[in-house]
Design a protein around this ligand. Structure first.
Ligand code: ZN
Length: 127
């Protein structure tokens, strides 16, 4: 590690939408944004109302079994892809061709996209 790298400040944790957890764009002026969209602001408010009705604490959440199962399935697929990628990289001993690395990356991206693209099941919050 060079001296310059040691002196570089740690990157700040990006601010995220309080509802969907997407990274919010950097904002230098004005009040910091809490939500990525008006819809997220509204769903956050609805969620807080429902939590109050059900006497849930700030750290408790009700999720449908179907939503949780789907999330676990997507995480399992990603974990398998990571395991495969690690095995392939170890087997290549740093000599993988650009084509092989590209295929590996595409495989990982294919496994990760469902998690990136998932939306919280907002219908489960409807009163
Ligand atoms: Zn959002």
């Amino acid at each position: 590690m060079t001296k310059e790298a040691e002196q570089r400040p740690l990157a700040e944790e990006p601010s995220r939408c309080k509802w969907c957890r997407r990274v919010l764009p950097n904002q230098r002026i004005g009040r910091p944004r809490e939500f990525c969209s008006h819809a997220c602001r509204q769903w956050h408010w609805v969620g807080k109302q429902r939590a109050a009705e059900l006497q849930l604490s700030e750290h408790e959440l009700i999720v449908t079994k179907e939503t949780l199962d789907q999330l676990h399935d997507e995480l399992y697929v990603l974990a398998c892809a990571v395991n495969d990628a690690e095995k392939d990289l170890a087997a290549a001993h740093g000599k993988g061709s650009a084509k092989e690395l590209r295929e590996l990356l595409e495989w990982l991206l294919e496994a990760a996209r469902p998690l990136r693209d998932r939306e919280l099941n907002q219908s489960s919050l409807r009163p």
